[in-house]
Write a new protein. Structure first.
Ligand code: SI3
Length: 288
């Protein structure tokens, strides 16, 4: 379960329906071209919070069917509707996903007792390993070292996807929990996170920049920081350009330039202008 995991995109048609063939092509691109270690399915990048339960299930099925056992698969099943989270957790466990992951519950400003109960409810009902998905910038949920510790005390809570720019907390987590899996979630900060000895990374831009992500991660593990920094700089030139152009839309357009039918984003995400599509093509030609 270590290494580079792509936060998988999903291909949707212009009406917002799943484009099955396109999704399969995205999976194949990540496995065959980028050679990532695993896929993180139905996370933020998968537009998970914009789709129905049935669509989530279908995506989990298609990805498992296409990927088989070629790479590790983590299913993001977290939901404000805890019944849905449990239902999806059981569903992907039947499909033989390697682990589940759940975003911290958001919107209602739950206290830690409620957050803990959410994770305990899921792991008591679902017989699979759990990775906490912490992304405070989007959820507003900031957990302390002690609170992470209370969750990680459960044997079946095996790790954290840590998507925050707090390197002090990341270092403390690594030091306190050497046997848990810690994944970094901000691709633009992969090198500093790797220096802190993370186990892997989960990122959206790995859909188009997976090879560089692996190089950064592996060079850092070998202590070759100058070489890793060089690649992180190139990576950050790409990420800055992607963020300026529209994150998920630009990654999809870059994939399309390479013959992968990545489709469109779901509403309320908008489609990008022709000018931005052209910019995405330039980025694909320069960086992929
Ligand atoms: O669940 C997921 O799709 C992720 O892993 C998200 C991942 O942390 C990305 N965050 C978001 C909000 O998209 C990052 O990969 C991010 O896109 C990237 O670092 C650019 O800022």
């Amino acid at each position: 379960m270590k290494g580079i995991f792509t936060a998988l995109m999903c291909s949707f048609d212009e009406q917002g329906n799943i484009n099955e063939q396109g999704l399969r092509e995205i999976v194949r691109h990540n496995i065959d071209q980028s050679k990532v270690d695993g896929l993180y399915v139905n996370g933020s990048t998968g537009e998970n919070f914009l789709i129905t339960t049935e669509m989530k299930k279908r995506i989990f099925e298609i990805v498992k069917d296409e990927a088989g056992d070629q790479v590790k698969l983590i299913a993001q099943i977290g939901s404000l509707n805890i019944d849905e989270a449990v239902e999806l957790g059981k569903f992907v466990t039947e499909l033989k996903y390697d682990a589940i992951s759940a975003v911290t519950p958001f919107y209602y400003k739950f206290d830690f007792e409620e957050i803990k109960d959410y994770y305990e409810t899921i792991i008591n009902e679902v017989n699979n390993d759990m990775i906490i998905y912490s992304i405070p910038a989007l959820t507003g949920v900031n957990m302390s070292l002690d609170q992470f510790g209370e969750l990680l005390a459960h044997d079946r809570i095996i790790g954290v996807k840590f998507t925050a720019p707090d390197f002090y907390l990341l270092e403390r987590l690594r030091h306190a929990f050497p046997d848990k899996l810690i994944y970094s979630g901000f691709d633009e900060m992969l090198l500093p996170a790797s220096v802190l000895n993370i186990d892997g990374a989960i990122g959206s831009t790995f859909n188009v920049n997976g090879k560089r992500a692996r190089e950064i991660f592996e060079l850092a593990q070998q202590g070759k920081i100058t070489e890793a920094l060089e690649i992180q700089r190139t990576t950050n030139d790409l990420i800055s350009a992607i963020l300026a152009n529209g994150l998920y839309q630009t990654i999809k357009e870059m994939l399309k330039t390479k013959g992968v039918d990545a489709g469109y984003c779901r509403k309320p995400m908008k489609q990008i202008s022709a000018e931005k599509v052209a910019r995405a093509k330039e980025l694909a030609e320069k960086y992929m």
